[in-house]
Each structure stands twice: as structure tokens, then as C-alpha cells.
Design a protein around this ligand. Sequence first.
Ligand code: FE2
Length: 402
Amino acid sequence: MLFPIKVQYYKGLAKALKVAAAVIPMPKPTLFSGADSSLEMCDAISQLGIKKLLIVTDEVLVSIGLLDSITERLSNAGVKFVIYDKILPDPTYTQVENGLKVLRKNNCEAVLAIGGGSPIDASKAIAALATNNKPIKKMAGLFKLRRAPLPFFAIPTTAGTGSEVTIVSVLSDPISHQKTPIIDPKLVPMMAALDGKLMRGLPASVTAATGMDALTHAIESYISVNATTDTEAYSLAATKLIMQNLETAVKDGNNIVARQNMAMASYYAGLAFTKASVGYVHAIAHNFGALYQTPHGLANSIVLPHVLDYSKDEITGRLADLAVASGLKTGSESKQQLANKFIKKIRTMLVEFNIPSQLDALKAEDIPKIAKLALEEAHMNYPVPKYMNQRTCESLILKMAA
Ligand SMILES: [Fe+2]
């Protein structure tokens, strides 16, 4: 058990975050949604008078021709562009600094991210670095940006991170390998396009893992003690859409309706967690990612049912609400029964999607360090509904070892 005085301190921090989230304006991007909405956004960028863009993406998307329709539309609209495609999963400071060099060398006036969470997070940092003259390390943390970034636009090609609407950019320190978030409302893109058509080629395994990331955002924001009426509505809407569409998107990647609904779900979940935050699932998953390079969605999927089992007695009503939003209520089940049904449903989904329930890379000797870092991250940043101590966290993580 944690010392009650420590719990009071963490609860005080969570309350301060709630006040900050209520007081500080959280902008939303101008949203374009639907098939070919990415092309409509290109026209809107042109109408802003922007003459030259830095497109930030990855080599795979360029090689499969995913950018072609977008670059053609930009050219037709009179917007020049330079493509920087060196972003890898878990982008590092170096990738961002190199992107800034390309931006400056080519006198680009704005940044367009095309890709999953990594290119979008990297783009946010490139746009912020271009106007805030300080090293990335000094931008890490809460509200460190003095000036607004360059105009910045996002086209997500996965439905999971919600980065197109959040105030966060997560980068990796290339030396310590620790993930350092830059958190500032100025990081919200000016415009975003949710174009399900661009997500059709996404492999089933990536669709499943990123979709589970979106579901984790929806759940953790809903069980957060900082949830508000607003964020609750977004969390429930996202959960409903994910439960109705993720399976179809995984099994039939060309189903444009399922793809579009998943893109919207990810966006709603992003709106919810950017205010209400996440919790222990993300704290542990981030450390799996940092230590073993476990993809974020996969790490969340493995951790999620364990954290819900642990927290269940404090959040039974919340889990019951999520079960109802998921369409799991069939009769007059008690809240307890619905909560159990919801956790069971998550485990069933993981089996259906061939997502492992354990992490092969996890080594027993690493568990104390992972638990320590995860608890530090969670207790200083996340308004979790039920606190845990080092020993509990270690035994929880041990259950995830193969
Ligand atoms: Fe996430």
C-alpha cells in the first residue's frame, strides 16, 4: 500500500492538472472528414496563401505511393513542397533536428504531417522548433513553448494515436532512450483531415494494434478522475465506434465505412484524453516501448486487461458504462457483471486479433526498473482512479511475462 500522505500529494497534482485543463484553452483543428478529405484540406492550405510546405512522413508511405494524390493536388493548387521521409517509429531528437534543417534550407513556411503518430509527433516538434529558438530538451515538459509553431497540418494514416488533435508530441532521447513528451496546447494542428480512404492498405495487425491504442485512450480517459462531461461523451462515443467497427476494419481493410468510423473514433478518443489524460496502462506501455521497442498499440493491448482487473473495484460503475456503450448489456445485469463482461470482451478481442497476452521480450530482472519508471510517470502526470505501489506494480507486470 502507498503511504496515504503520498496518495494525497498525487491527488493534489491530479487536481491541479484538472484546473489547468479547464482554464487553459484547448484548441481543436479545423476538421476535414470523409473519403478524399485530405485533398480538400490541400485546397484549404492553398487558400491560406502558403507557398511552400515541408511534408513530414516515412519512407514506407512514400514507396507505396500513398502521398501521390496529395502531392498532385498540392501542385495543382500552386503549393510547392519538399518531402522529408526519415521518420521512424518512436522518433528521436535527431530525426526532428534533421527535419528542421530541411525545412530551413528550403525556406518552407509550414509543415504537413502524413502518417501515423510518429510523423505527426515529429512534425509538431519541427514546427515548434522553427519558431522557438531552443533545444528540444528545453521544450520537453508542460507549456514550454513561448511562440506559436509554424502553421502545421495533419493527415493521419492510422486510426489510433489521436495525435492529430492532442497537445502532445512524444520524442525519444537518443542517448537515454527515454520518451520525453512536449505538452502544449500550441501543438494542436491548425487543420486535420480524417480520410479513411488512405487507411485501406494498413495491414490487419497494425489496424488491430492501433485500434486498441484508441480504445485504451477512450477507456483511460473515461476512468480518469479528471474526466468531465465533455470528455466522458467523447470517450463513450469512441468506445461505441471502436466496438462497432474495429473487427470489420481488421478483417476487411477495404471497408471504407469501417475505416472512416475508426478514424473518427481515434479522433474522439484523442479529444477525450488530451483533457482527461491516460493512466497506468500508458505508463507501463511507454516503458515497454522505451526498453524493448514494443510498438505502442501492442504494449497497451498487453497491459490493458491487467490494469482494469486491478482497478475494477474502484471503477465498477465506469466499466459498466463502457460495457453498455459497447452493446454488451443484454438484460438486467448488475454493474459488477457488466464490468466483468467489458474486461472479458477486451480479452476476447485480443485473441481474435492475434495479439499476444504476454510480452516475449520482458525480462524478470527488468521488472523493478520498469515498475519504478512507470509509477513515476503515472503519479506525476496521470489522474488514476486507484493508486498502486512498487510491489503491486511489479507483480502486475510479472503477469505479462511469457
Ligand atoms: Fe496511446
